[in-house]
Design a protein around this ligand. Structure first.
Ligand code: F6R
Length: 263
């Protein structure tokens, strides 16, 4: 099935559609007595979605005891471990604040079912996911450079299309631009205080997900999405790997992304 594009008028409309899709995917599997694996992303894109989704799950009282969440990424400190969850950049902290703490305890979510790739043994999560038959539903945002997770673009001269698509979960170095941005956001401009590394889910486990939902809502995401729409898979645009995925939906906020303004 080709990529399925859905236009939403704005950020709130995108978030409402996305919450509906995720709720439906979780509801379909909630009655079954087997684990359901849901891949999650952080970032500004997901803020309203998570608030809506938690509200829907609480109102409908779904049984989340079989839910396993797998986050895409987390920052890694100089000691080679995750940064502390109360670091302002921590994605574990973000998830707790924006989603997990909002679940009513009666939903039965087991906090031991919250997974993040571990920098000391990143491939272990890939094996675990494979053993469970793959991620059922993967939520993605897209970087302004087209990255998914922390799978950053690599020039075609540096890696083959196949090798990039098979990248496992791993620790990656952050670009100067990311370090600079994070320094300004969280450390008063002090580069020495910001993490230099992150651990990311690889392209392979992401692309093996049965269903993928990608959201876009910023003007800087117009370029990567226009390129993705051209239909050529390249390591220079990690998001372009979704073109060959059998069940991916992209919901975009047209007022910001402006895909219909033409290329
Ligand atoms: C986040 C992640 C990233 C973001 C992307 C968009 O866990 O893996 O790929 O999805 O950078 O981020 P925002 O939503 O902040 O624009």
């Amino acid at each position: 099935m080709p990529l399925h594009w859905i236009r939403a008028d704005d950020y709130e409309a995108m978030s409402s559609l996305a919450a509906g899709c995720m709720f439906a995917a979780i509801e379909r599997r909630a009655g079954q007595r087997q684990p359901m694996l849901v891949g999650l992303a952080t970032g500004n894109t997901m803020l309203s979605l998570y608030e809506r989704l938690a509200g829907m799950l609480n109102r409908r009282n779904l049984d989340l005891s079989q839910l396993h969440t797998i986050n895409l990424d987390e920052y890694v400190g100089a000691d080679g471990q995750w940064i502390s969850a109360d670091h302002p950049l921590s994605y574990r902290g973000y998830m707790q604040k924006n989603l997990f703490s909002r679940f009513d305890s009666k939903l039965g979510m087991n906090h031991e079912h919250i997974h993040f790739p571990n920098p000391t043994q990143p491939a272990a999560l890939d094996e675990w996911i494979r053993g469970k038959g793959g991620v059922d539903f993967q939520l993605l945002g897209i970087g302004f450079n087209g990255h998914i997770g922390f799978n950053e673009p690599i020039p075609e001269a540096g890696i083959s299309v196949e090798a990039y698509g098979a990248l496992p979960s791993r620790v990656v170095g952050l670009t100067e631009l990311t370090i600079d941005t994070n320094a300004r956001l969280t450390a008063g401009g002090d580069h020495s205080k910001v993490p230099r590394h992150a651990v990311t889910l690889g392209m392979e486990p992401i692309l093996a997900a049965k269903e993928i939902l990608l959201l876009a809502c910023f003007p800087q995401q117009r370029e990567p999405l226009l390129k993705l729409r051209q239909g050529r898979v390249t390591p220079e645009l990690p998001g372009s790997y979704l073109i060959n995925h059998p069940n991916t939906t992209i919901i975009y906020a047209e007022d910001q992304v402006g895909l219909e303004k033409g290329s």
